[in-house]
Structure formats: structure tokens, C-alpha cells
Design a protein around this ligand. Structure first.
Ligand code: BG6
Length: 488
């Protein structure tokens, strides 16, 4: 589908996200010849720069993040960029933006708010006050989308005064990842899985997003956030929704988002007692990652010496529906872990009866592993007969490597999501009620931790988190996938 002509306005246009992700993503669209000839990118920031000065920064800061750099394409790309200095909280300064934009109702206008969330309302008000919140406009909201239910509601209400829900694009970049969309394809493009995708056949589900990285230079933000807000409330819950939702009637935005919302609303709420039993929080200490010594969280530059911010969370969640009653969903995320990976593991139940001789045959549960990163693909563990004269079964793997199978260039998450915003496709964005339902569910945990004097459990950098995380799943007679894998 050819894109309509557009003006893309980046608030926070000189910021880290614009330089690392958004401008490189737009360059990738340029490289794919997917941008209308006259489409423009209007970067808005506080510095009093000319467009020329700004482009020098783009060259130095954004260009190193571009993939497949081609001089000619880059030159064509930067010609689209205009810089407008603006104080986001001052209505009068928006006149510069009024002057920079094209006022044609047929041109799509996108305001991408890559700013701290406390500015969202002010920016929307000022856009409206200056006649810029037009019917052909869309607004994109970057995370963090609040820090609790009240602040998320406030964002929704204030942005909602200016833009209708169908104009609001709330980003969760995990939904832009190819493999997440492939999960939709797997579940709803095949007859195989759906009959088995339920409590009668599935024993448990594990969802892990692990990072080797520490907090880096984001401590100021991270220390007031922590892993629950930073990763679990959004990325992990979105993955859980896609695994657990009922089949939507179509891929239309509200068909999909209605079903995701039902999952969020069916998550069993934690009480102080169940929470203490089913959630482990940790904080990394010094250790080694890839053979390099790394400092502990509290030794990171500017870290409070007694910070109680969690850098790791593991939990056992349950979904109270007919389909999922009694099936544990183990969720886990952490920084400074042993590996960087994101994966979903669906473990099926044991066969009801073995016709094969025991004890030569021990059965492993069939297991579907959906790998989001680093290598995108699927693995299905099956039992197969080993060659020879006896009936001896062993686990074997069916593997689908997406990069091997589909050689076509892939879109990075931000490229895909920006493209969807520009073409008005809302399916991969969170609706306001979804956002609130996710906060509503995590809020008792946040409250409990605020009141609880104890600190997160320390774990050594370069490991899989505190031993209590293995104990959490071990209590149910299970293991995290990497613990269950045979040693190489
Ligand atoms: C972001 C978090 O949303 O996701 C970061 O704020 C985290 O803390 C990042 O590092 C992980 O994303 P990805 O795509 O690298 O797995």
C-alpha cells in the first residue's frame, strides 16, 4: 500500500530515541523507496538550532545507527528533515510549528511524543490551542505511559480531550517485533495448535525477556521505575496477551484489542499473601558478563547506595478463564542476566499412557519454543524413535529458523510501528483501556513493594537471577527452560 503524503513531527526530535531508533527507522523506509516524494520529518526540540545545525547532529548521532548506509539515499533522506526550536510548555512558541507545517487536510500529520510523559497533556493542549489538532492528525505516545493506574488514567483523559481514541497510537515496541506477529500467524494461521491451546493439553507457559545489559546511562529514569514498570507491565503482559487471547474475529484493531483486554481483565489479582508467595524481585550485584567484570546496580554512576529498585522480577501468574484455569504462566525479566534472549515456552502435558517399555523410555513433554531474539524462530520438541532394533524413544527437535526460511529483509520494530502509524493501522498499538487494565493488575504489587521494608534479593551479574526464582517454579515441580536443557 502506497503511503499518503505526510508531515511527521517528532517532539523530542533531538533526543536519544529519535537519534537511535526513529530517524534510522525512517531512513530504512527511505531505502525501501517507501516514502512519498514530498513527505517531511519535522524535528522539534528545545535547542535554538537552525535546520543546518541540527542536521550536523543527525549526521554525527543518528547516522551511526543506520543500517545499509548509502550516501545517495541518506542525502535524499536528510532533505526531508526540518528543525523547529520550540518550548513544548509555551503555547506561543507553537507558532513556529504552525509556520513549518503544511495545512492541507489531505496530508497525514503525525505528532510523535518522544518526551517524558508529564509533557503529553501540555503538548496536546498547546497543539489544540494553536489549531494544530486537526482531523488528519495522529498522536503517538512513547513509554513510559504512566507509572501507576492513576497516572495512566490521567494521560488517557488528557490526551483524550484533544484526540479521539482512533487517533492515538500507544507504542509498545515489542508488538513491532516480527516474531510477535509471527505468533499471531502461528496461532491463527494453522489448524494444528488451536485445539491443543488450552488447559487440557498445556501444562505451563514461560515467558522470559532477559538482558545482559545493565541500566547503562538510564539510571535516573530506571531507579524510579524498576523491572516491573519498565518491562513487565508492558512488554511481558503484551506477550502474555497474544499467547492467551481467544481467537479474534479478524485482524482489525478492535477485534484484536478486545481479546487482549479480556486476558488482562482475567488475570488473577495478587493479594499481599499470594504476592509474597508468587513473586520474586531481585537486584544485580557485581559479577561477570561475557567475561567482563561489571559493577552492581548500587555501584552504577549516580545510583542511590541503598536503592530498593528491582532489576529482576519472576512471577507465577494465573488466568481465570475456562481455557486457562490452572495453567501457570511464569513471567521473568531481568538485567545483567546470563544471556540476552526473549522467548516463550509452551509446555504440553504428558501423554496419558505409554505403550512403550519402561524404564528405557522416559518421556519429555512436547514443548513449543518461540524465540523472539536473538535468533528468531520456532522449535517443537517431539519424541522420536532412535534408529536400531529396539523401540527406544528420544526427544528430537523440529526447527523453523525465520531468518533462514524467509530471506526478505526484515523491518526493525520501530520501523514497522512508524510505518503502521503513517498508514493508519492501529492493530499493533495498545488501546487506552488495555493500558489501564495492565496497570490495574500490577498496582497491588507496586503498593505492596512500596510499603514493604525489605530489599530485592541480590543476584550476581551474569546469572539467571536469584535462586528464589528457580525455587518459585521448582515448587511446582518445574524448571526454567535453560535449567532443564542438557549440558552441552
Ligand atoms: C525498553 C526498556 O522498553 O525495552 C529497556 O525500557 C529495555 O530497559 C528494552 O532494555 C528492551 O528492548 P529490546 O527490544 O532490546 O529487547
Amino acid at each position: 500500500m502506497a503511503l499518503n503524503d505526510f508531515d511527521l513531527v517528532l517532539f523530542g526530535g533531538s533526543g536519544d530515541l529519535a537519534m537511535r531508533k526513529l530517524l534510522p527507522a525512517m531512513y530504512a523506509r527511505e531505502l525501501a523507496s517507501a516514502l512519498p516524494a514530498t513527505a517531511r520529518i519535522v524535528c522539534v526540540g528545545r535547542h535554538e538550532w537552525s535546520t543546518e545545525e541540527f542536521l550536523a547532529t543527525v549526521d554525527a548521532t543518528a547516522r551511526p545507527h543506520v543500517k545499509n548506509f548509502q550516501t545517495e539515499v541518506w542525502q535524499r533522506f536528510v532533505q526531508r528533515i526540518v528543525y523547529v526550536p520550540l518550548n513544548a510548555t509555551e503555547s506561543a512558541s507553537y507558532q513556529a510549528l504552525v509556520a513549518a507545517l503544511r495545512h492541507d487536510p489531505h496530508i497525514t500529520r503525525v505528532y510523535y511524543l518522544a518526551t517524558p510523559p508529564h509533557l503529553f497533556a501540555k503538548i496536546c493542549d498547546n497543539l489544540a490551542a494553536n489549531g494544530l489538532a486537526t482531523a488528519n492528525s495522529r498522536v503517538v505516545l512513547e513509554k513510559p505511559l504512566g507509572r501507576d493506574l492513576a497516572s495512566a488514567r490521567q494521560i488517557n483523559a488528557e490526551v483524550g480531550k484533544v484526540f479521539s481514541e482512533s487517533q492515538i497510537y500507544r507504542i509498545d515496541h515489542y508488538l513491532g517485533k516480527e516474531t510477535v506477529q509471527n505468533l499471531l500467524a502461528l496461532r491463527f494461521g494453522n489448524i494444528l495448535f488451536e485445539p491443543l491451546w488450552r488447559r487440557e493439553y498445556i501444562s505451563d507457559v514461560q515467558i522470559t525477556i532477559a538482558e545482559k545489559l545493565g541500566v547503562g546511562n538510564r539510571l535516573g529514569y530506571y531507579d524510579t521505575s524498576g523491572a516491573l514498570r519498565d518491562m513487565l507491565q508492558n512488554h511481558l503482559l503484551q506477550l502474555l496477551c497474544i499467547v492467551a487471547m481467544e481467537p479474534p474475529a479478524s485482524i482489525a484493531p478492535d477485534a484484536v484489542r478486545d481479546e487482549k483486554l479480556q486476558v488482562l481483565r482475567s488475570l488473577r489479582r495478587f493479594t499481599p499473601t499470594t504476592l509474597a508467595q508468587n513473586i520474586v524481585r531481585g537486584q544485580y550485584r557485581a559479577g561477570h558478563v561475557d567475561g567482563q567484570a561489571v559493577p552492581g546496580y548500587r555501584e552504577e554512576p549516580d545510583a542511590p547506595a541503598h536503592s530498593r529498585t528491582e532489576t529482576f522480577v519472576a512471577m507465577k501468574a494465573e488466568i481465570d478463564t475456562w481455557r486457562w484455569a490452572g495453567v501457570p504462566f511464569y513471567l521473568r525479566t531481568g538485567k545483567r542476566m546470563a544471556a540476552s534472549l526473549a522467548e516463550i515456552v509452551v509446555r504440553f502435558k504428558q501423554i496419558p499412557h505409554s505403550i512403550f517399555p519402561q524404564p528405557t523410555n522416559t518421556f519429555q513433554n512436547n514443548c513449543l519454543v518461540i524465540r523472539l531474539q536473538p535468533d528468531e524462530g520456532l522449535k517443537l520438541n517431539l519424541m522420536a524413535k532412535t534408529p536400531g532394533d529396539s523401540m527406544r524413544l528420544k526427544p528430537a527437535e523440529l526447527e523453523l529458523d525465520f531468518r533462514e526460511t524467509f530471506k526478505a529483509p526484515r523491518m526493525e520494530a520501530y520501523e514497522r510501528l512508524l510505518f503502521d502509524v503513517l498508514r493508519g493501522q492501529l492493530t499493533l498499538f495498545m488501546r487506552g483501556d488495555e493500558l489501564e487494565a495492565a496497570w490495574d493488575w500490577v498496582e497491588p504489587i507496586l503498593h505492596h513493594w512500596e510499603q514493604d521494608e525489605s530489599a530485592p534479593i541480590p543476584y550476581t551479574s551474569g546469572t539467571w537471577g536469584p535462586a528464589a526464582s528457580s525455587a518459585l517454579i521448582g515448587r511446582d515441580g518445574l524448571q526454567w527452560r535453560e535449567e532443564a536443557l542438557p549440558e552441552d
